[in-house]
Design a protein around this ligand. Structure first.
Ligand SMILES: NC(=O)c1ccc[n+]([C@@H]2O[C@H](COP(=O)([O-])OP(=O)(O)OC[C@H]3O[C@@H](n4cnc5c(N)ncnc54)[C@H](O)[C@@H]3O)[C@@H](O)[C@H]2O)c1
Length: 410
C-alpha cells in the first residue's frame, strides 16, 4: 500500500472497476481488488475513505501474518509491492498457496530465491512474473525494435543514469532504507532494459558508491552507486554498460526522476533523456514541487480525455493490465483441460517471466555482495559470471581464491 500502489496499482484497479477488462479471448472479466496487506494498515484505511465509488469494498490485513490472512480470502492473483528485501517471503507464500504472482522490480535479491520461486510456480502451475515497466516505455520499445530489426547493429557500450530526489531516501523510504542502496532500487530498471533489449551473456560485474548523506560514511546505507556490467555476444565481442544511480538529488531539481541513456552501436548512437522528451512547463507557486517542470506524460498521467472523461493511464499501468490479461487467458481463455498449455504459453514471455530474470538477479546479487564487501573494508571486488569457479564468483583484490555466491550456471 505504498508509493507504487498509489501510482500504478490504484489506477489499474480503479480503471478495471469502472470498465472491466475486455479481451476477445475471454470476453469481459471483472477484476476486483479483494484484499490488501500492509504493515500498519494506515494507508489502506486512508485509501478506503478516499476511494468511495472508485473501487469496490476490500479487506485490509496488517502484520503479523498479513500475507497469510490475505491468502485465506481466496484471491486469484497477488501483486507484491513491499520493499525489495521483502519480496521473496510474500511471493513464496502466495505461490505456495497456488496463486499467480506479480512482483515489483527487482524480483528478488539472489538466484537461490529466484530458483525457489520458479520451482514453486512450476509445481503449482501458476504464473510468476516481474514488473519492468520501462520495457513498455514507447522510447524503449522503439530502441528494441531498431535492435530487433537490425537497424541498429551490435551494441558496443553505453551508460544510463537514474537520479531520485532526496525525499525518497529521506522521507519516503525511511522505514526500510538502512543497509539498502539506490542501485538495487533503480539501476535494475536499466539492467533489465539492457538484458532484454540486447541479449547476450553477462560476464563481469563491478560496482562502487558513495555514503555520508543518508547514513554514516562508513555504514551500510548508500547515497549513490556506479555499476558496470560487461556482456558478451554470440560472435565473442563484448559490450560494457555503466549505470549510475542516486537517491540524494536535491528535491527542487526540475526533473523529478532524472533519467538518461546513451547506447553506442557499430553503426549508430541512441540518446534518450527524460527531461528532453518534449514538455517543459512552469507554473508559479506549483513547479517543481506539486507539478514537475518536465512531466512524463507517458508513464502515468492524469488527463481530461478529449471526450470529457477523467482518466489515469500510461505504460506504468499498462504493464499491470498486461499481466492481468495473461492471468485471464490462463483461467478463462479456454477449457480447463488445456489450462496447463496456456500457463506454458504465458511463461514464454521473456519480458516478465521469473525464468527470464536470471541475469538481472545475478547482476543485483553481485552488486549487493560487492557493496557489502566494500562496507567490510574490501572495495573494488569483481564478480565473474559463469566462469571456472561457478555461476557467480566474487574476487577480492589481491586474493586469488574467489568466494562462490552461486555455484550453478546463471
Ligand atoms: N516500478 C517502479 O517504477 C517502482 C517505483 C517505486 C517502487 N517500486 C517497487 O515497489 C516496491 C515498494 O516500493 P514503494 O515505493 O511502494 O515502497 P513504500 O515504502 O512506499 O511501501 C511499501 C509498502 O510495503 C508494506 N510492507 C512493508 N513490509 C511489509 C510486510 N512485511 N508485509 C506486508 N506489507 C509490508 C508497507 O506497509 C507499505 O505499504 C519496491 O520493491 C520498489 O522497488 C517500483
Amino acid at each position: 500500500m505504498g508509493m507504487i500502489f498509489d501510482e500504478t496499482y490504484r489506477p489499474f484497479f480503479e480503471n478495471a472497476f469502472r470498465e472491466g477488462l475486455y479481451d476477445r479471448r475471454f470476453g469481459v472479466c471483472e477484476v476486483d481488488l479483494a484484499a490488501v496487506a500492509s504493515r500498519t494498515g494506515g494507508r489502506a484505511e486512508a485509501y478506503r475513505a478516499s476511494s468511495k465509488g472508485n473501487v469496490g469494498g476490500f479487506q485490509s490485513f496488517i502484520e503479523p501474518n498479513s500475507i497469510g490472512q490475505l491468502l485465506d480470502v481466496g484471491v486469484d492473483f497477488v501483486c507484491v509491492a513491499t520493499p525489495d528485501d521483502r519480496h521473496f517471503a510474500a511471493a513464496k507464500a502466495a505461490l505456495e498457496a497456488g496463486k499467480h504472482v506479480l512482483i515489483e522490480k527487482p524480483s528478488v535479491l539472489s538466484l537461490a530465491e529466484l530458483d525457489e520461486l520458479e520451482r514453486l510456480a512450476r509445481e503449482k502451475n501458476v504464473l510468476a512474473k516481474v514488473v519492468y515497466h520501462k520495457l513498455f516505455d514507447p522510447d524503449h520499445k522503439k530502441l528494441r525494435t531498431f535492435v530487433h530489426d537490425g537497424v541498429l547493429c551490435h551494441v558496443n557500450n553505453g551508460y544510463c543514469s537514474l537520479l531520485e530526489p532526496k525525499l525518497i531516501s529521506g522521507a519516503q523510504f525511511s522505514e526500510w532504507i538502512t543497509g539498502r542502496n539506490p542501485g538495487t532500487y533503480v539501476a535494475v530498471h536499466y539492467i533489465k532494459l539492457i538484458d532484454f533489449t540486447f541479449g547476450g551473456r553477462l560476464k563481469r560485474v563491478t560496482c562502487t558508491g558513495q555514503r555520508g548523506i543518508v547514513g554514516p560514511s562508513d555504514g551500510p546505507t548508500w547515497d549513490s552507486t556506479q555499476l558496470r556490467m560487461v556482456y558478451e555476444y554470440g560472435d565473442g565481442r563484448e559490450a560494457a554498460f555503466d549505470i549510475h544511480t542516486s537517491w540524494v538529488t536535491p528535491d527542487n531539481f526540475p526533473g523529478y526522476v532524472e533519467q538518461e541513456v546513451q547506447f553506442r552501436f557499430d553503426n549508430g548512437v541512441w540518446n534518450g533523456h527524460s527531461r528532453k522528451r518534449g514538455v517543459e512547463c512552469t507554473v508559479e507557486g506549483k513547479t517543481p514541487f506539486q507539478i514537475k517542470n518536465s512531466i512524463n506524460n507517458h508513464y502515468n498521467g492524469t488527463f481530461v480525455e478529449p471526450y470529457g472523461d477523467r482518466s489515469q493511464r500510461g505504460y506504468g499501468i499498462e504493464v499491470l493490465e498486461r499481466f492481468v490479461r495473461e492471468v485471464g487467458f490462463v483461467e478463462l481463455g479456454g477449457p480447463p483441460a488445456s489450462r496447463a498449455d496456456r500457463v506454458e504459453q504465458m511463461r514464454t514471455y521473456h519480458y516478465n517471466d521469473v525464468s527470464a530474470d536470471r541475469q538481472v538477479v545475478a547482476a543485483v546479487q553481485a552488486m549487493e555482495a560487492i557493496l557489502a564487501e566494500h562496507v567490510a573494508g574490501n572495495p573494488d571486488c569483481v564478480v565473474k559470471v559463469n566462469g571456472e569457479a561457478g555461476g557467480l564468483a566474487l574476487y577480492k583484490p589481491g586474493i586469488s581464491e574467489p568466494q562462490v555466491l552461486y555455484s550453478s550456471e546463471v
